[in-house]
Write a protein that binds this ligand. Sequence first.
Ligand code: GLN
Length: 212
Amino acid sequence: MVEGSGNGRDVSPQAKRADGRVALVGILALQGDFEAHAKIIEALGHQPREVRVPADLEGLDGLIMPGGESTVMTLGIEREGLAEPIRELVGRGTPVLGTCAGLIMLDRNHLGVLDVVAARNAFGRQLHSFEADLEIEGIEGGPVHAVFIRAPWVAEHGAGVEVLARVDDHPVAIRQGNVVAISFHPELSGETRLHELALALQTPTGRPVRAT
Ligand code: GLN
């Protein structure tokens, strides 16, 4: 069964949440490791939908912006006319999780959804790729095993941004309203708690979280 009018594939129409309601979670699927996120969404009992065109954003209960290559993703978002529809979705209070390049895409210099500036490849050549166990604000049950791959960190952020975790004093997990954005890849270690944290978010005021 293919739901929606876009090109996106709904991977698991049978998935249900514990309360019986199917949560439809979009995963930007222009480039990057969107399939690993789909598996996490399924493991949580949600229904993933690959997002490639604006119509795929309709009716979503949540959106994942995956890791990959932010320059390639920027071109894809422009080509498909996805920037404004994504901003609208976030502005309506839809829970969003951005990981790695996904964090970069949400910053002031890209979609302008988060009041942050991401520094690309911030850990430098020596730390091209590394793993760390991180305590993250709002996540119970022990540290999160975080896989960093040519990861960004948050170089600047506004007062409305809450820092949830740091590495060497640099923010690597943040929250602003209905958006959680992280520098690392929880999907590669089968970690589901960041997805759960993000999907539980809503803005109490329904106010847009777009940076001004
Ligand atoms: N270095 C990539 C970029 O700048 C991000 C890497 C990732 O998503 N793992 O776009």
